[in-house]
Design a protein around this ligand. Sequence first.
Ligand code: FAD
Length: 468
Amino acid sequence: MEEKKVIVVGGGITGLATAFYLQKEARDKQLPIKVKLIEASDRLGGVISTEKRDGFVIERGPDSIIARKKSATRLIEEVGLKDKIISNTAGKSYIYARGKLHTMPEGSFMGIPTKVTPFALSGLFSPLGKLRAAGDFILPKGTPKADQSLGAFFRHRLGDEVVDNLIDPLLSGIYAGDIDELSLMALFPNFYDIEQKHRSLVIGLNKSMPKPPKTAKKPGSKKGMFISLSTGLEELIHRLEARLEEGTVMKETAVKRVLKTGNTYQVQLETGDVEAADSVVITTDHFHAQQMLSQYAFMEDFKKMPSNSVANVALAFPKSAIEKDIDGTGFLVSRNSDFRITACTWTHKKWPGTSPEDMALLRCYVGKPDDQEAVDLSDEEIVEIVLRDLNKTMNITAKPIFHVITRWRKAMPQYTVGHLERIARVKKQLGHELPGVYLAGGSFEGVGIPGCIDQAEAAVEKVISHLS
Ligand code: FAD
């Protein structure tokens, strides 16, 4: 086969993993494939960004990778970072609701009870709220639907209180979205299947959840379900960059358009230059992807696909400044509370070793779906809001030693009702009209880091099959 050129657009984790695995496959299978990765900004990593300061490792974006999904661990090991993997402390976590902090009820899986007693005893819900949740045992299953919102589905089964005080805060922490807009089938199709099969979510979950193997955890084991890197997640980005063949990466170069010319493509850059390619993997957010292919009507859907903004606010204190220290790793905030923060992680407890011994690092988020303007406030205003909310639960007397605020504008893509159908339609049209052009990344088929790496691996397979 004559040499083929693949252009990967975007250098976040999806683009980097795509370029890395493409080059690996090409080497292993001796395929004459040249890869170029084009990134608009002056750094790689996209939303993965770590700041190191005064002995703290501060994640400006993601901080946790779910350990159960193996593609991320595999990639981390592949680039030689196995010895840097750390696990979170499985401490207590809390929800702020009905005016105070409540321990997360034991046995809840994404907010759905799998044990009745901890729910019955929890102060998170009123007696009426609990009674309504028990409706799950008797209510008939919902009528089969192609899709529905997470909110509609869970409200029907468990009632508003369980949704607003538990499920919504847990899901908002991941998707930063409105539970009444997000798609059940794109995010948790397994819950729909459970309802259709077992009627009751509580009974169905108990029946279908794999029982932990007896040897899985030593008694007293404090390891949680997430992993990270002791030196910060950006280390994975640096390692990937270093493992790419020389001359692969082009930074500070935005792609403007992708045009089809016969069986190949022209990738037009903002600089006015043009790069020819036999295959193109677009790993940017959906807004930029739409602009690159704006001549195609089937990409119009992405103009309407929403993305939310959040600000990540890290505050450093001496431990002595936290007068009311609470045992645990952090708290989430219920939908109806008067807080403007949505979550707070006690990072020094969740990730021991990432703060100096006598220091505390609190990492909070602002920017509820109905409070997007919070992200645009000044640093001083944001710090004031965060401290005011924190002081309702923790009693912090001092000002932070420093703060690091990162505003992520339109960086949380929203998989709203109908998402799977829209993606399937776009992929089908892409296949017809632009064979060899693929979309991958957080906007499309999985928002978490492992989901992005899975998409990168799938794109590599498709590119190789297309080229051969
Ligand atoms: P991005 O990281 O957005 O990268 C896209 C890249 O494309 C960027 O570098 C951008 O500059 C570039 N680009 C854009 N336009 C162009 C253009 N025209 N030409 C060239 N390049 C372009 N996931 C988890 O698993 N765990 C977490 O704890 C977690 N926390 C998160 C916290 C925050 C604040 C955010 C925003 C996300 C979080 N996520 C988390 C989700 C996860 O981090 C992202 O889904 C994932 O990193 C997205 O990677 P990506 O490569 O698809 O996109």
